[in-house]
Design a protein around this ligand. Structure first.
Ligand code: ADP
Length: 410
């Protein structure tokens, strides 16, 4: 049984093909610079890696290229033979608490999870709802939707499932997701904390449970997804009860180019006193702040190597913010079984992990040796909380969601 996962961005498509029985990735394809002068495609399959330059005008051409390559290299001859296609959708608003079926063979209007018992004929309503959520995620949802629409055209009878980055956080309590704004801002305009990276936090929770031979529903853990975009999640008995990203992925930690938490009055000041436009403020906060804003680069690995004053400062600021969140989430959860690192920085940077746990946080003790070796458990036996590293795999989580929503067995 083969399942494809599509992560469609504004000018890129990340594609993975899974053989579910063998738990094997049959192909990984990354199409970049869609709509530009020349586009770049990278295909990895078996032990091979290919790079191709071509002109791909839009996402339709991008997916055509993917289908063509799968057939040319005899990885998948018939795209319509897939058992399911899973799509990453960044914002699911309050509507989508589960992975959701967009269309299934001869069926439609199917909300995922429990409700997927009697599939009905194809429904545009999920697509309309994702469209309606565009104002909440203007950078992400249009691109995600584009991928869905193109894939539906290419494989109209293959079940397609939307998996939302927000879904894992949809059970946060009111006191966690509400902002202290007039209540009607929530009621009328849905201004609230949604949280993102949910697919990754959820995957890491399951893998942690597997590793510890525990039930995920019994675990209290703090997951740190540290990449270009970063977020922390407090998970109580397997449920996300708080997370650092908010109404948008701008809140929380200091990220590659995003500022994370700042005094909201700074935005007013920038507009009122400095005469900046809304778009200028938006670009400044999302694209020119964070590590880039402080030292000119968002690449943590090269900042560590460079080690000049500004790079050191940027990293110190990032680490300090991470520590503040860890402390806060330990206070929220009370008992914590593990603090788990993931994402490009979390998985690979022993240096950053060591900076975070240089001094004990509530009795945590890092084992420097295990940390340097990137072991799964990087704390000593004495540590009050296990410190762990788990490699995330959002695409695998999406493929597994497809299985469970469609109630397919491998
Ligand atoms: P994205 O959020 O775009 O998916 P990633 O999760 O791939 O990003 O993380 C990218 C970040 O991880 C970059 O800042 C990169 O420098 C950092 N990174 C990757 N490997 C290492 C490493 N060995 N040491 C330090 N930082 C690393």
């Amino acid at each position: 049984m083969n399942i494809a996962v599509i992560n469609s961005g504004s000018s890129s498509i990340k594609f993975q093909l899974f053989c579910m029985e063998k738990k094997e990735v049959l192909a990984y394809i990354l199409v970049e610079q869609i709509g530009e002068f020349s586009s770049h495609t990278m295909l990895k399959y078996a032990d091979k890696k290919l790079e191709i330059t071509s002109v791909l005008k839009n996402h339709h051409d991008g997916l055509e290229e993917i289908i063509f390559l799968l057939s040319k290299y005899e990885i998948l001859q018939d795209f319509t033979s897939l058992s399911a296609i899973g799509h990453r959708v960044v914002h699911g608003g309050e509507e989508f608490k589960n992975a959701t079926v967009i269309n299934a063979i001869g069926h439609r209007v199917v909300h995922g999870g429990e409700e997927f018992k009697n599939a009905t004929v194809i429904n545009e309503s999920v697509i309309k709802q994702i469209e309606a959520l565009i104002p909440l995620a203007p950078l992400h949802n249009p691109a995600n939707l584009e991928g869905i629409l193109v894939a539906r055209k290419k494989a109209p009878f293959v079940p397609q499932i939307a998996v939302f980055d927000t879904a894992f956080h949809s059970h946060m309590p009111e006191e966690a997701y509400l902002y202290a704004l007039p209540y009607k801002m929530y009621e009328k305009y849905k201004i609230r904390r949604y949280g993102f990276h949910g697919t990754s936090h959820s995957y890491v929770l399951k893998k942690t449970a597997e590793f510890l031979k525990e039930d995920a529903g019994d675990l209290n853990i703090i997951t740190l997804h540290l990449g270009n975009g970063s977020s922390v999640c407090a998970i109580e008995e397997g449920v996300s009860v708080d997370t650092s990203m908010g109404f948008t992925p701008l809140e929380g930690l200091i990220m590659g180019s995003r500022c994370g938490d700042i005094d909201p009055a700074i935005l007013i000041h920038m507009q009122r006193e400095l005469g900046m436009s809304v778009d200028e403020v938006d670009t400044l906060l999302n694209k020119k702040s964070g590590l880039i804003g402080i030292c000119g680069s968002n690449d943590v690995r090269s900042l560590i190597e460079l080690n000049d004053e500004k790079s050191k400062l940027a990293i110190k600021m990032m680490v300090r913010r991470i520590k503040k969140y860890i402390g806060a989430y330990i206070a929220l959860l009370g008992e914590v079984d593990a603090i788990v690192f993931t994402g490009g920085i979390g998985e690979n940077s022993a240096y950053i992990r060591e900076m975070i746990f240089e001094t004990e946080i509530c009795g945590t003790v890092l084992d420097k040796d295990l940390n340097n070796k990137n072991e799964t458990v990087i704390s000593t036996k004495k540590s009050s909380i296990k410190l762990m590293v788990i490699k995330t795999n959002e695409e695998e989580e999406i493929a597994n969601e497809c299985l469970s929503v469609l109630k397919l067995k491998v």
